[in-house]
Design a protein around this ligand. Structure first.
Ligand SMILES: [Cu+2]
Length: 472
């Protein structure tokens, strides 16, 4: 251990010499950084066994180098700035310039060496979530290794024994470091795809992590002590409309890998197609154990790989089904005012408190197009423009765009879907705008506030007490 550490620090000094190629040196590999929060194209392997690389939503894959049969990566834990969506930047902690960190891709059986440099103001470690590895490589600070102090570099070495979907995150001051955005994705491709029961090659293999942050409007640093009341719900630390679409060619077989490092579960829902859960955090599922569904719950600490054939052209919503997770920061402390006539009140208050906002008495939908002044560095709670108007979403929401005739490997946003003639829901313009109601029940229509009869319509509801089940 000592001699290796000495070797690394000596090599680190020599890296400064301009005449010596870093790769030739054999010390610590380079640690590329990423400044863009947009989706980088899949990174084809530069050496080793071939594989079909994944695409990290609003992220990138970390390049590696081969050295004496080891696949070597260099992660740098450091403060980063992450744009959550145009208009809001967060000051987080992450790896190699971004949060989440870069995706790591290897092949089953690879010997993997990961250099981890700590540029945070406090100690850290990395836990390789889901991997089979020697106990001393598991990354739990204090239990399996000493903490990596600021300024130090540690080396993790293990064989990627099991193909599948994994994550990495600190196991040191975990509450703070994960609330600050320290996490990353890991994919181990099968060495022989035919030998892995349930595994099938796909045309497009997307991956991202679910995240949650509590950043007060106008602030940039998350509140790390928040337990449940987060106000920004992210796919790879981006919120709608900042999340890239998942672009698929019509007929493609598509896989989407999702990992959850938030403090709650997220029912992930796809429109227009059924999928199967082809992989979990434990590996590929036996085909006989799968069933079709359109929503799958991804619990805390879990990974899911869903697969489907993109057979339906269009712009299909893809989102968490908890409706508070598809809105942004501004919406969470607004009192419910539905049914309350507060005309005039909001205007008076807004003269005193310019950022004041009330839920409208007809619901909140108007907020999708509201042009109210926001504090600097925050996002409207419901936002995004579609071809028919405001989409009224935020947070964990994006679009699976299925298009005919895309080139293999083309992930560019193809723009809004061009609907075939007469295929869009349309407004009825015939007679009878007040539909006849069948008089099956009669009830006094009461004003919800005063409790008095509105006189608008008098119907009496016949209520019969249930009988025959007296033991309730
Ligand atoms: Cu959710």
């Amino acid at each position: 251990m000592t001699s290796r550490r000495n070797f690394i620090s000596r090599a680190g000094l020599l890296l400064g010499a301009a005449t010596v190629s870093k790769a030739a040196m054999g010390g610590v590999p380079e640690a590329p950084t990423q400044t863009s929060p947009l989706m980088a194209p899949p990174l084809a392997p530069s050496a080793g066994r071939p594989y079909n690389p994944v695409v990290t939503l609003n992220g990138w894959t970390l390049p590696f180098r081969m050295r004496n049969g080891w696949k070597e990566f260099h992660l740098v834990a450091e403060p980063v700035e992450r744009e959550l969506a145009p208009g809001m930047k967060a000051r987080l902690w992450g790896y190699n310039g971004q949060s989440p960190g870069p995706t790591i891709e290897v092949v089953e059986g690879d010997f993997v060496r990961l250099f981890v440099t700590n540029k945070l103001p406090e100690h850290t470690t990395i836990h390789w979530h889901g991997q089979r590895l020697p106990n001393g490589m598991d990354g739990v600070g204090g239990l399996n290794q000493p903490q990596i102090q600021p300024g130090r570099t540690f080396v993790y070495e293990f064989e990627a024994r099991r193909p599948g979907t994994f994550m990495y995150h600190p196991h040191a001051d975990e509450m703070v470091q994960m609330a600050m955005g320290m996490m990353g994705f890991w994919v181990t491709h099968p060495r022989d795809p035919k030998a892995v029961a349930g595994y099938r090659d796909v045309d497009r293999d997307f991956c991202f992590l679910l995240g949650a942050y509590d950043i007060e409007p106008g602030a940039a640093v998350p509140n790390v002590n928040t337990m449940l009341d987060f106000n920004l719900f992210t796919f790879n630390t981006r919120v709608f409309p900042g999340i890239d679409p998942l672009v698929c060619r019509l007929g493609d077989r598509v896989r989407i890998r999702v990992g959850n490092l938030t403090m709650t579960n997220h029912p992930i829902h796809l429109h227009g197609h059924e999928f199967v859960v082809a992989g979990t955090d434990g590996g590929w599922t036996p085909p006989g154990s799968r069933w079709p569904e359109v929503t799958t719950d991804v619990a805390v600490g879990q990974m899911r790989a869903i697969e489907f054939e993109a057979t339906e052209p269009g712009d299909w919503a893809f989102h968490c089904h908890k409706s508070h997770h598809t809105m942004n920061a501004m919406g969470h402390d607004v009192p419910t005012m539905i049914g309350v006539d507060h005309r005039g009140v909001a205007e008076k208050i807004m003269k005193l408190v310019p950022e004041y906002m009330l839920m409208g008495e007809r619901g909140m939908a108007d907020m999708g197009e509201m042009e109210m002044a926001l504090p600097d560095n925050t996002l409207p709670m419901m936002t995004g423009q579609g071809q028919f108007g405001p989409i009224e979403m935020g947070g964990m929401f994006t679009v699976v765009k299925v298009r005919e005739g895309l080139a293999k490997g083309d992930y560019k946003d193809p723009g809004p879907y061009k609907f075939p003639a007469r295929s869009v829901a349309y407004e009825w313009t015939g007679e009878s705008l007040n539909p006849q109601r069948a008089p099956t029940s009669r009830m006094k229509e009461l004003d919800p506030v005063s409790g008095r009869s509105t006189g608008a319509r008098e119907v009496i509801l016949d209520v019969r007490k249930p009988t025959g089940r007296g033991s309730h």
